[in-house]
Write a protein that binds this ligand. Structure first.
Ligand code: PEP
Ligand code: MN
Length: 460
């Protein structure tokens, strides 16, 4: 087996290093999927700058999310987590951000109404700028360059300059996250997300069955709201929604530099996002990612793919949630439609038997990636749906709670995943494939998915 590299030490003192030296213990551990920054002076300056910038999210908000996730772990709420595979700096426009938020809100309305459960709304947004890759390089027409690792690390354009790893991009990722979060906060706190506007979030594609289903649901909600209004109800609760930010905690220089000691509790919090997760490729038990995330107070997730064993899951719980604190740990399973019914039961059974209260979430995207005949990375909507069904079936059979849905989606009318009620075929990819990484559900496929999950949840 090849030896894994260890992270290099950093000169500038990091926030909280004096109180919590363990926050830097990951630097001596094997670490995978890290950038190889070209210029060490630029790197040091970028890390120093990030260390002094204000937090993007606040410890109090992070604590609130942990409580909400604890509710979900107990079957009293449902987590909806969605957004791009890879956010880009160029894609952080008001139109695209608002379309994504609006689609998540629509999905949440469908789920809340269909299942009569509170829905925790969370974006893969405002920080999802780094990607693990299966290969370090990419070759096109005989030219080999470093693989694209997300805008936080390098550019998508296939030139040596663009593909070089540039630590200044971490600072740009911070600022793009800040402006994205600012817009999200304005939308969700400033009246835009008011349930009385439920009709206005819908748009276009009237021929699509999910469109008219949503329209009739919105009419029902409208009638209920008007009725309550006539009764003199107070609608303050409808005006604002809680919306949380999440991303894969991949580039540890970035995550470490944005760690802050909370003045109320004296504890370390990752302040780059409310919820941080460890990906399928970085969940090594003795690796740097698991160690670093074990030391911050945020609710955290771990992706579990088809090779995960029940023993892996139990050891991850011991490391990441030794106190067995509800809301602390979420397992996001991404087994593939063909595996979920076979692989998930043992994990859920053994974890449940251990007494741990984790939240189980399905990611029906990452185990179902295929290449279309015309060469695009895609997913069949039917496979995605089948994995969700399998997830519900397994939990139903075991009497455990299927607590959430994690999807790659967008509010735009892209063509990246095959199928759906108004089917996308591979020829549409030529015109409307926009993702720089994995294929996302488009606006209508996302709504269709929400109706399906609402049905499954409502039946419980
Ligand atoms: C992702 O969420 O985009 C991703 C890379 O997932 P996974 O770690 O599950 O492969
Ligand atoms: Mn992805």
């Amino acid at each position: 087996m090849t030896e894994l590299p260890v992270a290099h030490p950093i000169a500038s003192p990091q926030p909280g290093a004096a109180e919590y030296p363990g926050l830097d213990a990951w630097r001596d551990l094997p670490v995978v999927q890290q950038p190889t920054w070209a210029d060490s002076e630029v790197h040091r300056a970028a890390v120093a700058e990030l260390s002094s910038l204000p937090p993007l999210v606040f410890a109090g908000e992070v604590d609130l999310l942990r409580q909400r996730l604890a509710d979900a772990a107990e079957g009293k709420a449902f987590l909806l987590q969605g957004g791009d595979c890879a956010e880009t700096f160029e894609g952080a426009t008001a139109d695209k951000i608002s379309a994504r938020v609006r689609t998540i809100l629509q999905m949440a309305v469908v789920l809340t109404y269909g299942a009569s459960l509170p829905v925790i709304k969370m974006g893969r947004m405002a920080g999802q700028f780094a990607k693990p890759r299966s290969s370090n390089d990419e070759t096109r027409e005989g030219v080999t360059l470093p693989a694209y690792r997300g805008d936080m690390v390098n550019g998508y354009e296939f030139t040596p300059e663009s593909r070089a790893h540039n630590a200044n991009r971490m600072v740009q990722a911070y600022h793009t996250s800040a402006s994205t979060l600012n817009l999200i906060r304005a939308f969700t706190q400033g009246g835009f997300a008011d349930l009385r506007l439920v009709h206005h979030w819908n748009k276009g594609f009237t021929a699509n069955p999910a469109h008219s289903r949503y329209e009739s649901l919105a009419r029902e909600i409208d009638r209920a709201v008007k009725f309550m209004d006539a009764c003199g109800a107070d609608f303050d609760a409808l005006k604002r929604v809680e919306f949380f930010a999440s991303h894969e905690a991949l580039v540890l220089d970035y995550e470490r530099a944005l760690t802050r000691i909370d003045s109320r509790t004296g504890l370390p919090y990752g302040t780059s996002g409310h919820f941080l997760w460890i990906g399928e490729r970085t969940r090594q038990l003795d690796g740097a990612h698991v160690d670093f995330l074990s030391r911050i107070r945020n609710p955290i997730g771990v992706k579990l793919g088809p090779t995960s064993t029940a023993d892996d899951a139990l050891r991850l719980i011991d490391k990441l949630d030794p106190q067995r604190e509800p809301g602390r740990l979420t397992f996001i399973t991404r087994m593939g439609a063909g595996n979920i019914r076979e692989k998930l039961p043992a994990l859920v059974e053994k974890v449940t038997a251990s007494g741990a209260k984790v939240l189980w979430v399905t990611d029906p995207m990452h185990g179902n990636t295929v290449t279309s005949p015309n060469g695009y990375k895609t997913r069949n909507f039917d496979d995605v749906i089948d994995e969700v069904r399998g997830f519900f079936e397994v939990h139903h059979a075991l009497g455990t709670f299927p607590g959430g849905l994690h999807v790659e989606m967008t509010g735009d009318d892209v063509a990246e995943c095959l199928g759906g009620a108004d089917p996308i075929d591979q020829h549409a990819f030529l015109e409307r494939y926009e993702s720089v990484c994995d294929p996302r559900l488009n606006h209508m496929q996302s709504l269709e998915m929400a109706f399906l999950v609402a049905g499954a949840l409502g039946k419980r």
